[in-house]
Design a protein around this ligand. Structure first.
Ligand SMILES: Nc1nc2c(c(=O)[nH]1)N[C@H]1C(S)=C(S)[C@@H](COP(=O)(O)O)O[C@H]1N2
Ligand SMILES: [Mo]
Length: 422
């Protein structure tokens, strides 16, 4: 490995602070080449009145933030109707994903379904088959929880090598929202469902794809929500308006949108989405199925290829996201030398269970290139694996459930690139 990429010694740190002082001076000089906004004419924004309170009934981000948007990768799928776009996680902070830029994944396009036309049926092994209207669902006691939703295919393009140059594309099939909804167990009880441990629920959506999935009864009774609000407001069309299923910690495919039916069944249905898709094919052709839980994972969102360092040596905030479908994130380590040495990051807030956790490492950057990595640990003691550890187990045929440690190479100019270390 390049000497410059070794962990910075104490001497390097001291050198770094000298360089930082120089950097500050250079920065100040650069700022003075343009007109000083403080000594020219009164600025526009102080000379004229602004926008009235009657002009923006529902606010959108200011135009200067118009780059913070979902993006898709055209070659990834044959049609945008059955496709995916990516959350701009590089440009967000904190943990909550605004609905307007939260990734979308649909198999047959997002549908427009009015609350008045909405119905949810519970049938199968129940005493009384029931059909709920939207208003009926709002009359059951509800709860609020923040959870991440990650598509099992997140990072799926990276198995064979570093491919997509941006954390939005490598890790952006994820969002994290505060959901308001009724526990699924409440609705199952209302219908007098057979809740014995060997039973399943088969859940499907009202869109053409229906996206049917089987969920074991134990999970259905645990923390699954029939949700109708996200981040305080109605679900957006693209996230399943008016009602979607929230299946905490489990792969996004099971989070059925436009939820229309819950059938209590005595065995898994083995639908398309849980056989030909969302199974993991090993090197020998054998497929691993029922891989529901999203294992612990983390990634540095800044600096990253879409978020170069914009300043010289000196204080640098390294930040990222960590999450685990098994519960809370307990610790995140960051490496600047490709995994040789590690420092423990600071958690923005002690992790909620099955929700995104923000982490920070505040450093004095010495201006030398870095191989940045992050490594998450969860409450079960599980440690996020390296890419090679994952490939040893699952080969390179796999698509789903790639939770490997990601590496960004950051050069002396602060430009970052998606790379692999071994
Ligand atoms: N009805 C229905 N539900 C669906 C899908 C779909 O195509 N139709 N896609 C699934 C997949 S694969 C994922 S990853 C999540 C994505 O949820 P989002 O679009 O809110 O991000 O929804 C799931 N629920
Ligand atoms: Mo998905």
């Amino acid at each position: 490995m390049d000497d410059a990429l070794k962990a910075p010694s104490r001497r390097a740190f001291l050198k770094g602070s000298a360089a930082m002082a120089a950097g500050t001076v250079a920065g100040a000089a650069a700022a003075q080449t343009g007109p000083d906004p403080l000594i020219t004419d009164l600025q526009d924004w102080a000379s004229y009145t602004g926008v009235g309170v009657d002009e923006v009934p529902y606010g959108m981000p200011i135009e200067f933030e118009s780059h913070v948007v979902r993006r898709n990768v055209e070659w990834l799928t044959a049609s945008p109707i059955s496709s995916i776009n990516f959350t701009p996680i590089h440009a967000l902070d904190g943990t909550i994903t605004p609905q307007g830029c939260a990734f979308e994944r649909h198999h047959s396009g997002a549908i427009e379904l009015r609350k008045e036309d909405y119905r949810l049926m519970i049938n199968g092994l129940v005493d009384t088959p029931l059909v709920f209207s939207y208003d009926d669902i709002e009359r059951f006691p509800r709860e609020n929880h923040v959870y991440f939703c990650e598509c099992a295919a997140n990072t799926g393009m990276e198995w064979a090598g570093a491919q997509l140059n941006g954390v939005q594309f490598t890790h952006g099939m994820i969002h994290n929202m505060e959901y308001t909804g009724v526990p699924l167990r409440t609705l199952l009880a209302e219908a007098g469902a057979d809740m014995s441990a060997d039973k399943w629920v088969y859940v499907e959506g009202a869109d053409a794809s229906s996206n049917g999935r089987s969920i074991p009864m134990e999970k259905a009774l645990d923390d699954v929500l029939v949700a109708f609000k996200a981040n305080g407001e109605a679900l957006r069309m693209e996230h399943g308006y008016p009602v979607r299923l929230v299946v905490p910690g489990w792969e996004g495919n099971m989070w059925v949108k436009w939820l229309r039916r819950i059938e209590v069944v005595d065995r898994a249905v083995e639908s398309r989405e849980e056989t030909s898709k969302y199974t993991d094919v090993y090197e020998d052709g054998i497929a691993r199925k029922w891989t529901w839980v999203m294992d612990a994972k983390s990634v540095i969102t800044s600096p990253s290829p879409q978020m170069p360092i914009k300043h010289g040596p000196g204080p640098l905030v390294i930040s990222g996201l960590a999450w685990s479908g098994h519960g809370q994130i307990t610790r995140v380590d960051v490496s600047r030398d490709g995994g040789i040495t590690w420092e423990t990051a600071r958690l923005g807030k002690q992790g909620d269970t099955k929700a995104l956790t923000r982490f920070y490492l505040d450093i004095e950057w010495d201006g030398a290139p870095m191989l940045l990595q992050s490594r998450a640990m969860d409450e079960t003691g599980y440690v996020q694996p390296t890419k090679d550890q994952l490939r040893d187990k699952r080969g390179e045929n796999a698509v789903y459930h790639n939770n490997c440690i990601q590496t960004w190479y950051v050069n002396a100019e602060g430009v970052a690139e998606n790379v692999e270390v071994s």
